[in-house]
Every structure is written in structure tokens, then in C-alpha cells.
Design a protein around this ligand. Structure first.
Ligand SMILES: [Zn+2]
Length: 478
């Protein structure tokens, strides 16, 4: 009888573990998560399974405790029921089953729950049996939905493979470099004297610079599509793992993958395009149009951060956010850790260098993860230094190939630094640095520039309509 009790508890615990796990799977395979690229599936699966085992182990411990200590039975049951109900509700949501809207259904569900709790609390002798019943039913339900949900984790369209380039091209290079969260104020206008950024300065000293370029949008999800389509975007919503639904400022809707972009134009004109990206699911969105796409992940990756994420997912949203805020820097979930951020920035640079050295593209869109968070050293300034050094290496690589002179480099950002630093008032300006082929001398324009005009500018440079910094400044400010 004792052994049977043990087996029952073990089965009940594993069942609850599976239930929690299947609720997590849906969180992992949502369109949003798939859009931002989960690159290491094996780690993701291992982290999910480990979280499941930990949950089962904890349940088992509590069950044994409840059996040994009768006085704990009631409080533990009170604890267990909401957990099961919360998980069932999440599964319901993930399978798309609607919960009737309005307060009445929630009130009825609440009363039923209270009655259930009251009954179990009133007759402690039944608690064990009731709990097992709940868990058994939940497990049956979980197994039914687990099959379909888990499928998408293993076979789903979440991760799109990077694509590879073709033969070398001989056209002069156009490189559009968008450094994520590069702030005009901190880069130039209010830079502290001790912060040395020699490569940005060197580039600016032979370029057209704009001092009043309003950011194309408040966040990456909006800004990058706006830059590529060359029109202001009001709203950008994840439509699927492979697309964004863009609402333009004039109210019309466009899918990013189908929209007319700078890539469409450059392709029509016979240019070979490459993207070296960050954050967006570039391979997913542009896989049919662009022969060569590399990208690095934005979300947490690696076993330990993903295990932490899985454990957080066991909690309801509010509790999760509060808990994560309390844990702060101790959390592994700082998007990616600083070490990983550095490694991924290195691999982004390596990808770009490879594209440049093999001449496998002549129009390159480089969306650089620096100087975006997490901070590599103490603060934003450390990331600015890293971005500066990365820029230096890109220029050096082109110089080594004798291509720097003929190259058009347009350097900008998707938005300013979105947090205050040293108490200086923030503005929402982004840098604009354009080096044209054979340009040696700087020119600065202080007229307001709409960031989304950069698409038209690059297309005009490509068709030789614009050949001097003065012409470029005129186009931008007209
Ligand atoms: Zn951004």
C-alpha cells in the first residue's frame, strides 16, 4: 500500500509537470517569440524539460509533505488548486478556446473555485483523493494538447535558416549601417570629453552629417520597417513568425514582406543584396527576395537563461513581471547576457566582413546590435566604444580591399538612447553620416531631416542622380 501511494504521488507529480511544460511550450512557440528568432532549439527543449522535471520534483516533495503532516494538507490543497486552474486556463488560451467575455463568467468561475476550495478544506480526508483526481484529469487534458503544441517546437516554422550568397559582384558598394540605439546626443552633441570615439569622428570628418534627424520611430519594430520602405510607420504589429503588419501614418496597412522596399528597387536595378541583421526575423520576412541574409538572435538563448525563463513562465504575468523586476541584474534574462551580446556582436562583424571580402553583395543592409543593451561594461558609454571599434574594423576591412574610396556608407540609427543618463535631458535625434564615393571633406547640415528620406537618397545615389554632399543635403531637406 505504501509503494502504491508513492507511485501515485510520483505519477501525479509528473502529470502536473507535463501540464506546466505544455503551457510553456505555447509561450515558446507564439508568433512573437518565433518572430524574434529562437536559434538553439536543442537548448530550448532541454530547458523546457528540465523546468518540467523541477516542477514535478517540487510537486512530489509537497505531496509527500502533505501525506506526512496532516495539518499541511489543507493549505497545500489551497495552493495546488489555483496552480492547476491557472495552467489549465493558459492552455485554454493557447489553444484559442475563448473565455466568454464580461465579468459574469469570471464571477461564476470564481464562485465554483471557492466552492471547490471550501469543500476540500471542509473534508481534509478527501483532499488526497481530490487532488489526485484534479491532477489526473489535467494530465489527460495535457496529453491531448501536448502533441499538437510540442509539434511546433520541433517542426514548426519558428527558425528560418540563413541564406547564402552567390558569385562575386564588381559594382561599387553601398553600405547602409543602422546602429541600434545610437544616440545623436551622446555620439556628438553632449559627448563627455573622456569618451573617445575615433572611428565615428574620422568618418564624420569626411562625410555629410545631419544634426537634426528625428528618429524614424520610437522602437526597432517600427523604425527598421519605416527606414526600408521609406515612409513613416505609425504602428508595427507581429502578424506571424515571418511578417509584420505595418500601419502607415496615412492609415493604410502593408505587410513588410510584401511592401515596396529599398531592397525591391535595388534588386530591380540588378544589385546583389545582403542583410546582416539583428532583432528582426530578416530571414523569415525576406527569404524570397534576398539571396543572402545573416542575423543574430535578440531573445535569451543558452540553457541556463532559458531554464530561468521557463521557470518564470510557470507564474502568471503580473507575478512574473514583479518577480523579474525584483531580481533585476541577478536575472539571466537581461535579453541576452553581456558576454553573449559581445560574442554575437563579434559574429555579426564576422558575417559582415565575410560578405565584404567575398564581394558577394553590392548593397548591404547592416543592422548592428551595438550600442543596444545589455551594457558590455558599466553603461551606455562602454557600448558606444564597442560600436566605434566595430565601425573601425569595417572601414579597415574595406581599406584592405582598396574599396573604401569607392564605397558609399550611410550610417544612422533606428532610435535614440531611450533611457536617461547623467541627468542630461533626452532628445529623440539620431545620427546621420553619409560618406559618398571619393568624398574627403565634411559638410554639416543643421536643417531638420526626415529619417525615412534616406531610402530615396540611397536610390538617387545608386542611379548617380546625386554625386556631391551638397546635392545630398538638398534632397534630404527639400
Ligand atoms: Zn532598436
Amino acid at each position: 500500500v505504501k509503494a502504491r501511494g508513492l507511485t501515485q504521488d510520483l505519477l501525479a507529480s509528473v502529470s502536473l509537470g507535463i501540464l506546466l511544460f505544455s503551457a510553456n511550450v505555447s509561450a515558446w512557440t507564439s508568433a512573437a517569440n518565433a518572430y524574434y528568432l529562437r536559434q538553439d532549439r536543442q537548448d530550448a527543449l532541454l530547458a523546457c524539460l528540465t523546468a518540467m522535471l523541477l516542477a514535478a520534483l517540487a510537486t512530489y516533495g509537497l505531496l509527500r509533505l502533505a501525506r506526512k503532516t496532516p495539518s499541511l494538507k489543507t493549505p497545500l490543497t489551497w495552493l495546488a488548486l489555483p496552480v492547476v486552474l491557472f495552467t489549465l486556463n493558459r492552455l485554454r488560451a493557447s489553444t484559442g478556446l475563448p473565455f466568454p467575455p464580461g465579468p459574469a463568467p469570471k464571477l461564476i468561475a470564481g464562485i465554483l473555485l471557492a466552492l471547490l476550495l471550501y469543500q476540500t478544506a471542509k473534508s481534509p480526508a478527501l483532499v488526497g483523493r481530490r487532488l489526485h483526481l484534479v491532477v489526473r484529469w489535467s494530465a489527460a487534458f495535457a496529453l491531448m494538447v501536448l502533441g499538437t503544441l510540442a509539434q511546433s517546437l520541433f517542426f514548426g516554422p519558428a527558425i528560418d535558416p540563413e541564406t547564402q550568397g552567390g558569385p562575386a559582384t564588381t559594382k561599387p558598394l553601398i553600405l547602409w549601417a543602422v546602429f541600434d540605439e545610437l544616440d545623436q546626443g551622446w555620439l556628438f552633441d553632449h559627448r563627455p570629453p573622456e569618451l573617445k570615439l575615433p572611428n565615428f569622428d574620422r568618418l564624420a570628418a569626411q562625410s555629410l552629417t545631419g544634426s537634426k534627424v528625428e528618429r524614424p520611430g520610437p522602437e526597432t519594430l517600427v523604425s527598421i520597417p519605416a527606414l526600408t520602405i521609406g515612409k513613416p510607420v505609425k504602428q508595427s504589429v507581429i502578424a506571424s513568425s515571418r511578417d509584420l503588419d505595418l500601419t502607415l501614418t496615412n492609415g493604410t496597412h502593408e505587410r513588410w514582406s510584401e511592401a515596396d522596399t529599398i531592397f525591391s528597387t535595388m534588386k530591380k536595378r540588378g544589385r546583389t543584396i545582403a542583410i546582416d541583421g539583428f532583432y528582426h526575423n530578416y530571414p523569415g520576412v525576406f527569404r524570397n527576395q534576398i539571396p543572402q541574409i545573416k542575423t543574430t538572435t535578440y531573445l535569451v538563448s543558452g540553457f541556463w537563461p532559458m531554464l530561468e525563463e521557463n521557470l518564470w513562465l510557470l507564474l502568471p504575468g503580473e507575478l512574473r513581471l514583479k518577480g523579474q523586476a525584483m531580481l533585476g541584474n541577478a536575472s539571466l534574462l537581461n535579453v541576452v547576457g553581456p558576454e553573449q551580446h559581445r560574442t554575437l556582436a563579434d559574429s555579426q562583424l564576422a558575417n559582415l566582413t565575410q560578405i565584404l571580402q567575398t564581394r558577394s553583395a553590392d548593397f548591404v543592409f547592416f543592422h548592428c546590435r551595438l550600442p543596444h543593451r545589455p551594457w558590455l561594461q558599466n553603461d551606455y558609454f562602454g557600448n558606444l566604444k564597442a560600436a566605434d571599434s566595430l565601425l573601425g574594423q569595417v572601414i579597415k576591412s574595406l581599406e584592405a580591399q582598396n574599396r573604401w574610396n569607392e564605397t558609399t556608407l550611410l550610417l544612422t540609427s533606428d532610435h535614440n538612447l531611450r533611457e536617461s543618463l547623467r541627468g542630461t535631458p533626452r532628445n529623440t535625434l539620431v545620427p546621420f553620416i553619409l560618406k559618398l564615393p571619393n568624398q574627403r571633406y565634411p559638410l554639416q547640415t543643421n536643417a531638420p531631416i526626415q529619417a525615412t528620406n534616406q531610402r530615396a537618397l540611397l536610390e538617387a545615389i545608386d542611379s548617380h542622380q546625386i554625386q556631391s554632399p551638397n546635392q545630398a543635403a538638398q534632397l534630404l531637406t527639400r
